[in-house]
Design a protein around this ligand. Structure first.
Ligand code: MG
Length: 312
């Protein structure tokens, strides 16, 4: 399916709305100010001035309004340093189910994994709602756009709380295995939700080699294997992974806010010296078992915090 995106000025937009007025359709999506459907083209106009044309007549209709119709769906070169599977040239414009996780390097709080399906016709809308490479986004910004995204995409978020994490970790599960199982579950849930629609590809932000990943899953009853691709920096390769990354992060932040209330102190992220100090305060105020209940106990921070407790 062909598609074109043009950007119009405030003056030009009403002309487009008037022109396609008799073909108007209702599309209640955030950021959309007007939508129409002709015999061979869907037209979606956004508040920002972007207009998306999709379908067999996309080039022709877009050319009515713009002298320099841009060709979208060009091959996106892999960002430097990305490793993993070789993706199709037009990967960024395909319907993809992506997944990513967060919280794995944070002493406090859960691990969260999100999977998210973005179909080719939702890509512009998702970008319009503010999805960029999440590594460039602030926590506040991600929290601000997450609700709109949740209305548009089909997603699943898995949160593994500290009690469950510590339990399986102490049984010898590696973080890799824990992540693989959560990714697999999240992907499975989204596939069930979008059924009978099937993504063209599944892209996992790579944290293990393919062989290792599937080895982690060997005891699972339902292993999502079909169409699965792996790449590092996958949030730059498809908006579905960038969106998954945002939803995982926002779930992590929400859990951190809740745990901060329970702990009576704002819990720092990461695993640095500030984390040791706050952990030490928490042991003094609420005891060691409470600290364990909100942390990944096997991190070196546990011992460092205990040292601080007995030092003073
Ligand atoms: Mg990742």
């Amino acid at each position: 399916m062909s598609h074109q995106v043009i950007v119009l000025s405030e003056k030009e937009m009403p002309e487009v709305v008037r022109y396609y007025g008799t073909n108007k359709v209702i599309r209640n999506a955030p950021g959309v100010i007007f939508a129409a459907k002709t015999s061979d083209t869907s037209i979606t106009a956004y508040r920002s001035g972007k207009v998306l044309f999709q379908g067999a007549g996309a080039d022709r209709e877009a050319a009515r309004w713009s002298a320099n119709v841009s060709i979208s769906a060009v091959a996106k070169p892999k960002p430097s340093g990305a490793t993993g599977d070789t993706l199709p040239a037009n990967f960024a414009s395909l319907s993809v189910l992506g997944s990513d996780e967060t919280g794995t390097g944070d002493f406090f709080g859960p691990i969260t994994v999100a999977a998210c399906f973005v179909s080719s016709d939702q890509i512009e809308l998702v970008k319009e709602l503010g999805v960029k490479d999440s590594k460039q986004l602030t926590d506040a910004y991600m929290q601000q756009i997450a609700n709109d995204l949740k209305e548009v995409v089909t997603y699943s978020v898995k949160t593994l709380d500290n009690a469950a994490y510590n339990d399986i970790q102490s049984q010898g599960w590696s973080q890799g295995k824990i992540k693989a199982i959560l990714h697999n579950q999240a992907l499975q849930e989204v596939l069930e939700k979008i059924d009978p629609v099937v993504p063209e590809h599944i892209l996992i932000d790579q944290f293990a080699q393919r062989k290792t990943y599937f080895n982690y899953l060997k005891d699972e009853s339902n292993i999502i294997r079909d169409r699965v691709l792996f790449s590092t920096k996958a949030e730059n390769l498809h908006v579905s992974v960038a969106t998954a990354s945002i939803l995982a992060r926002v779930a992590f932040l929400e859990a951190m806010d809740q745990l901060s209330i329970e702990a009576g102190v704002t819990l720092p992220k990461g695993a640095g010296p500030r984390v040791d100090q706050v952990a030490c305060q928490i042991i003094r105020k609420k005891g060691e078992p409470f600290l364990h209940s909100i942390t990944k106990v096997h991190f070196a921070n546990t011992q460092k915090a205990l040292k601080l407790v007995y030092k003073k």
